[in-house]
Design a binder for this molecule. Sequence first.
Ligand SMILES: CC(C)(COP(=O)(O)OP(=O)(O)OC[C@H]1O[C@@H](n2cnc3c(N)ncnc32)[C@H](O)[C@@H]1OP(=O)(O)O)[C@@H](O)C(=O)NCCC(=O)NCCS
Length: 184
Amino acid sequence: MEIKENYNTTLETQRLILATWQPNFVPKMFSNWASDPLVTKYLFWDPHKNQEETRQIVLNWMSEANYNWCIIDKELNEPVGSINVVRRNDINFNCEVGYCLSRKVWNKGYMTEALNKVLEFLFSEGFYKIELKHAIENAASGRVMQKAGMTLQGVSPAGCYVRGKFYDCNVYYILNPNMKVNRG
Ligand SMILES: CC(C)(COP(=O)(O)OP(=O)(O)OC[C@H]1O[C@@H](n2cnc3c(N)ncnc32)[C@H](O)[C@@H]1OP(=O)(O)O)[C@@H](O)C(=O)NCCC(=O)NCCS
């Protein structure tokens, strides 16, 4: 068993393109979501203060070997969010995925659409178990996990630290349906 590490793979769904990061995504990333305090309410990072901050992050991401996509809305033809692997354990073939989206496209099923595609791809890359967690009060994120067919694993007490406060989290998981494995 191995993780294939095809990091530069563009994915596509009906309404979205999941593109690998480019510097020209910076202005819309900044204005559409990274500068919005409501988007970052349950995220570990602060809203960006200026485009330069966003640019540095994008350049870092471009230099990293990671599964990390910019979500492009085909209709608007602009970046509206991100979805990426935020923790990875190759010994146990599992990883955790995180995501965020511009408020202007919330509640259209976009993140469920993106997550379904990313789960399918990460399974094809060789991961066996994928986990996601959300602050319990961030119910919309939990709903995305449910709609993507994930199962509630349990509660992680104080599992998320956000700006000086620990939140209890629901942890969801899904197992690779295509991988034949021994389970003890
Ligand atoms: C969480 C987030 C990614 C959801 O993206 P999205 O594209 O709007 O998600 P979807 O449209 O696929 O699904 C959202 C679901 O949550 C539901 N929902 C929205 N707000 C809700 C709320 N306050 N309470 C309960 N459910 C809510 C929607 O009705 C929808 O469910 P439904 O299809 O059964 O009606 C987006 O809100 C976001 O980026 N939030 C800020 C960043 C963040 O919190 N990231 C996750 C950290 S764990």
